[in-house]
Design a protein around this ligand. Structure first.
Ligand code: GLC
Length: 612
């Protein structure tokens, strides 16, 4: 082998022993490890100079992604633009939205109608032909980089589509490829697995195995029947998936969302989630990235109960993911909306704020998936709320079936056995913009807009990085047209995956329109977040009591600066009993504000900065 380049050599030296140790622990296979190392060098060598320079800059500034100007926006290429090429012309709009990175929802080749929104990948090295080519992805990445933005994509590593070439070969009976999945010739072992494995899609795709009569075999399919779980016990699977990852990194992707990562290792008799080997794999992936492309970040999609989420950061010495979704906080936020009670939310924020500063969460109000009610039911029990009836209340509330609820949306995977339905709908619809528009009630409409801005203000103040869902910045409501599409009809998540309405976005400069009010309202908040030193990542963040269970009060503080965010989760007027000494200025209006007893209109908020 040619003499290794110094930089690569140095990085390899730093990680080799640990990487080898972990690899051997899982695979006991020297040849495969040697192959992996050889390929790491190859992917390093073919990485474009521009990307390698980017890596080196980021290696010297390892906290680059924690800066206060980081703000993400997630979108579907074909909802937002025509295709990848057309995306280039729309970067200006995204910049105007304040986005510093864009998460492009799955865009790799996937069989139409059997795609799970693109999460059933047929070819990891091919872009969906109607969206463009790999080359165009690279051009888009370059353009984003030039304009100071990063690009994020999904790495769907738990499964492939049943139309992936490995799955096709496996279906033909090729043992080498069958061993890359989980095949069983009778139902004995699948039944034993099922006994301990919960279901992800209990109504849309029940069970974790699918019987294929043409093969007379059962295949493990945790998600849809056309998403075949990969068997990471096979080192060939691990190696090949890492090569795909590096190939995509070399196209210029900066952030990889590790889709469904808790599920990647399976053991009979366990829930097949969050097993220790999952952490070994993520840790190896982190080292692989640090060796080949250290400018690249791993964002874990760990939609699990809180104690299962944090371990995906790894330890300070042996980190795993750079960022994780703040999923419990998101669900708890909507719980506060429905109950007008912030006690559980305050407690949840206190837990997050007590974690080491190295841990970076991605905050969001809505994403492309449903909201699962993964709340702290132990604490809720103390407040007199029981899990099953409480979940039912939340779902009734958000579907608009509780008196006084202005929310609109639909249930998802309403499981008749566990009664564990989840919820789908856009932020705007959940805040009442849809129902007020339908009733043509102006007063309700402005209230809903105020509410929507308030929730964003609260989200932007949290520790971590904010992520907006495309369309939320102009208050896009639910889109029911998915019901007319036979391929989408059964999956209510499409209610909040509608086309982006450019004709509505065109009103964003008009402050008298819903779109303008929201767009400008969010923009003002984002500007403050980017420029005020109190939003720096070093700030200490905590909550404090405001003397009213509907009012959340958050504080951000540095040695020099201090601000309070006071958020009214009640639809009626409330008073925050703060007794804050000193003089404060409303950061939005610039006017002085008295923080002794602060009156807040229903669903309104104040960002107040302490004057020196
Ligand atoms: C993730 C995605 C979701 C998808 C699932 C299976 O949870 O967010 O949309 O259905 O993975 O790939």
């Amino acid at each position: 082998m040619a003499k290794m380049d110094d930089i690569f050599q140095k990085r390899m030296e730093r990680h080799h022993d640990e990487l080898r140790w972990l690899y051997m622990e899982l695979y006991h296979n020297d040849d495969m490890f040697a192959e992996l190392c050889g390929q790491l060098y190859r992917y390093y060598k073919i990485r474009r100079v521009k990307l390698r320079n980017r890596d080196e800059r980021r290696e010297k500034d390892s906290g680059w992604f924690k800066k206060q100007d980081m703000l993400g926006m997630m979108l579907y290429i074909d909802n937002f633009a025509e295709d990848l090429k057309d995306m280039r012309g729309k970067i200006g709009y995204l910049k105007e939205c304040g986005a510093s990175f864009i998460h492009l929802m799955p865009f790799l080749e996937t069989p139409e109608g059997r795609s799970d929104g693109g999460y059933a990948v047929q070819d990891f090295r091919k872009v969906r032909p109607d969206l463009g080519t790999m080359e165009e992805l690279g051009v888009l990445a370059d353009e984003c980089h030039k304009r100071g933005m990063d690009l994020c994509m999904d790495f769907v590593m738990n499964h492939t589509s049943s139309e992936h070439e490995w799955a096709i070969k496996a279906r033909e009976g090729d043992g080498e490829y069958m061993s890359r999945y989980f095949f069983f010739h009778d139902s004995d072992i699948p039944c034993t697995y099922e006994a301990a494995m919960p279901q992800v899609f209990p109504t849309t795709a029940p069970g974790n195995f699918t019987y294929f009569p043409e093969m007379d075999h059962f295949v493990m399919t945790t998600f849809y029947s056309y998403q075949w779980d990969l068997n990471y016990k096979n080192p060939r699977v691990f190696n090949e998936m890492m090569y795909h990852f590096l190939y995509l990194a070399n196209q210029g992707i900066d952030i990889f969302r590790l889709d469904a990562v808790p599920y990647i290792w399976k053991e009979l008799g366990t829930a097949c989630r969050n097993l220790p080997q999952v952490h070994t794999i993520v840790r190896m992936m982190r080292m692989i990235a640090e060796i080949v492309c250290p400018g690249v970040l791993l964002l874990g999609e760990v939609v699990m109960e809180p104690e299962k989420v944090v371990p995906y950061f790894g330890t300070v010495d042996k980190p795993e993911c750079h960022m994780l979704y703040n999923v419990t906080t998101m669900a708890t936020t909507w719980n506060s909306v429905a109950t007008r009670d912030i006690r559980l939310l305050k407690q949840q924020l206190d837990i997050v704020n007590a974690l080491p500063k190295e841990y970076t969460f991605l905050n969001y109000l809505r994403c492309h998936d449903d909201i699962g009610w993964g709340l702290d039911y132990g604490s809720l029990a103390y407040m007199g709320m029981k899990e099953i009836p409480h979940k039912r209340y939340l779902n009734d509330y958000f579907t608009g079936n509780v008196p006084g609820s202005v929310s609109r949306g639909e249930l998802y995977n309403d499981d008749p056995v566990t009664r564990d339905a989840r919820f789908c709908g856009t932020t705007a619809s959940m805040c009442g913009i849809e129902s007020a528009g339908f009733e043509n009630d102006k007063q309700k409409l402005w209230h809903a807009v105020r509410f929507d801005i308030m929730l964003h203000a609260y989200m932007l103040m949290q520790a971590g990085i904010p992520m907006l869902y495309s369309g939320d910045e102009i208050g896009q409501v639910n889109d029911y047209s998915y019901k007319e599409d036979a391929m989408k009809r059964l999956d209510s998540r499409y209610i909040h995956r509608g086309k982006f309405h450019w004709e509505l976005a065109a009103r964003r400069a008009d402050g008298s329109s819903v779109e303008g009010k929201l767009f400008q309202g969010l923009k003002q908040l984002e500007e403050l977040r980017k420029t005020e030193p109190v939003f720096g990542e070093a700030a200490c963040i905590c909550t404090r009591d405001a003397g009213d269970i509907s009012i959340l009060c958050m504080i951000r503080e540095t040695d020099e600066d201090r601000m309070l965010g006071v958020f009214n989760f009640h639809d009626g007027k409330r008073t925050a009993w703060l007794n804050e000494p000193g003089s404060y200025m409303d950061m939005l209006s610039g006017e002085q504000v008295d923080l002794t007893a602060l009156e807040l209109e229903g669903h309104s908020f104040v960002w107040a900065k302490c004057l020196k």
